[in-house]
Ligand binder design. Structure first.
Ligand SMILES: NC(=O)c1ccc[n+]([C@@H]2O[C@H](COP(=O)([O-])OP(=O)(O)OC[C@H]3O[C@@H](n4cnc5c(N)ncnc54)[C@H](OP(=O)(O)O)[C@@H]3O)[C@@H](O)[C@H]2O)c1
Length: 267
């Protein structure tokens, strides 16, 4: 068991809890009796979620709004979390977004913001909380990467590169922390019907994919939590997605890159 049992004086930090995978992780963890700290920018959504979780499950849910792309806001967040006087049993770095299109034609500020949120914030919060977990000798980190971490993705270049960072960093930490009681798990979902596609400028792309090519958000969260409980290195929900991940890793780049460029253009 790597994710500690729920305790009244402990909590789980979940970034990107205002929608999608983060919101569902909050529901499932609260149902198991864990307290949660909910972080994102849309504070109304976080407050509504916190009220719902407290009413339904009798847990403590703290709301700490923050723009994770802003290093100063991240520093404030870490101080606020320290001030809650709760120990951290797990850290879930889930907040993130994508953007599709040719890099040369993309808005460069949005591309840089993607690196700040998907990479810098995850690295910052992992560094802020992992030393405390190691000192206590227990805890779990879940870093949300993507199937896109398995390969470079033309027309999704920055996003795939940010997720390759998340996967590489998390797998290395998993090995470093072996024997400390602390686990690091990288979650690598394929397409999941959330607000992600809309935000990435791909419309409701998940709706147009065959149902077998997407994995429901409830399953993604369930498998992610099981992965944290067992201290697994990576979790790729869905059998088809496991196959796609292997194909992405081992297909020669000279074949893979033109194929993925063609595929991404069709979306
Ligand atoms: N859906 C997919 O197909 C898919 C596949 C693989 C991986 N993922 C990854 O899964 C994670 C969750 O995505 P999702 O699918 O659940 O998408 P989503 O519904 O769009 O949720 C994204 C979450 O990230 C938060 N966020 C974005 N920018 C932020 C910022 N600057 N500061 C604080 N919070 C921020 C959003 O909250 P606010 O807007 O309220 O700040 C929201 O809660 C992401 O890391 C994504 O890359 C998604």
């Amino acid at each position: 068991m790597s994710l500690p049992q729920p305790a009244a004086d402990a909590t789980i930090l979940i970034t990107g809890a205002s929608s999608g995978i983060g919101e569902e992780l909050a529901h499932q963890l609260a149902a198991k009796g864990h307290n949660v700290v909910l972080v994102a920018r849309r504070v109304d959504r976080l407050r509504a979620l916190a009220d719902d979780l407290q009413r339904r499950h009798g847990i403590r849910a703290d709301v700490l709004p923050a723009d994770l792309g802003d290093p100063a806001a991240r520093e404030r967040l870490v101080t606020e979390i320290d001030g809650l006087d709760l120990s951290m049993s797990a850290v879930i770095n889930n907040a993130g977004f994508g953007g599709s299109g040719f890099f040369a034609r993309s808005d460069q500020e949005t591309e840089r913001e993607m690196v700040r949120v998907n990479v810098d914030a995850l690295h910052h919060l992992t560094g802020a909380f992992v030393p405390g977990l190691v000192e206590r000798g227990e805890g779990a980190v879940l870093n949300v990467a993507s199937l896109a971490a398995s390969q470079p993705l033309p027309l999704f270049a920055t996003y795939a590169a940010t997720k390759a960072f998340v996967l590489s960093f998390s797998e290395a930490l998993h090995a470093e922390l072996s024997g400390t009681g602390v686990s690091v798990t990288a979650l690598c979902p394929g397409p999941v019907p959330t607000e992600f596609g809309e935000r990435a400028g791909m419309g409701d792309v998940e709706e147009t994919l065959p149902s077998l090519a997407t994995v429901p958000v409830e399953q993604v969260a369930r498998e992610a939590i099981e992965g944290m409980e067992r201290g697994r290195r990576t979790v790729t929900p869905g059998i088809l997605m496991k196959g796609a991940s292997l194909a992405g890793r081992y297909t020669p780049r000279a074949i893979l890159l033109p194929l993925t460029k063609h595929g991404m253009r069709a979306i």
